[in-house]
Design a protein around this ligand. Sequence first.
Ligand SMILES: [Zn+2]
Length: 352
Amino acid sequence: MNIDEALRQERLDPRLVPSDIADTNPWFLIMERDLTLLCQNALSAPVSFTFNVSHSIQAGVLYRSNLVVMTAGMFNVLCRASSRVVTSGAFINFDGGVEPEWTPNAESSFKPIISDLSSTAFNWNIESEPWQKSGERQLLFFYILQTLTRFVVLHELGHVAHNHGARFQGGGSSFVDIDLAQPDLLSDEDGIASQAREIIADNFAFIRLKQIQDKELSFKAETEAAALLTNKLLQGEQERIRFLLTAVYLYFHIMDRHDWYSVDIFRLTHPPAPFRLKNLFALTLEKGIDNLSEDEIGEMLMQQFYVCNALSSVAYNHYPNLDLFKEVGTPRFNKLFNALYEEYPKWQLLSN
Ligand SMILES: [Zn+2]
């Protein structure tokens, strides 16, 4: 089945042809190639990849046709988030930055950032203007965008690898798993099952992302870009993991409902962003880092919490929330944690 037919079968919008919009955003073309290769090679059986023209902000997997789809809306948001980070002046090691400007106010701090990031399609020529002449800043943009898009796609592949599509075989109305900004609430039972699948997909994506990063850095060590990244951003094992945690948190933060403080958390489709980050911290601790003791990793993660918070505050121009982890450590979240722990075996294939 070709991609157009597969999209039609699930009543989704048609494929986006990246060359059609290369004038305003050439990154569709570049990332379509990258993500297609990723999908071809990540699992034992190849999966296809496409962008589609939808403006909604989502990525998903079509199980009947083995196809991962990212909407143009989602890609535009990831481009804009990457460009905000590069423009914010963060990552000061990279030449061509400007003085960070930070003017948070109550209004910008309490509304979901997604509406701001998705107001218009990303325009590369206009939005990269402050740093387009700096090769180093362009590389930083590319690397953040590549990391974000790869995480999103690997997360979808995590659903495939753990066979989450099997539950659709019973003849359900949908054959699609969707990761959507601001989804609806579910029943308690469905919420726990859904959140367990999401955490499993996150873990799969994070582990694979790290493996790919290691492989590429050693394989491309001689190239100018890899040498620059290794010098300025990814000096050692710690820095590499920290960069991935930072980038992935930007994504969690974008997709967060931001109203979970006041809703029944058992009914969410995805755990809140700080809960997802905390889960990746636990995974990092469990996997270990070369030459670091458990206490040292704990210390590193503590600092990383502040880095994630600071970067999202500067990039999205809102106040930091240093109580993020405190909020997801309250008794109702401990109850959620325990319920998920019991749910994981149902959705996990141990061969992955
Ligand atoms: Zn998912």
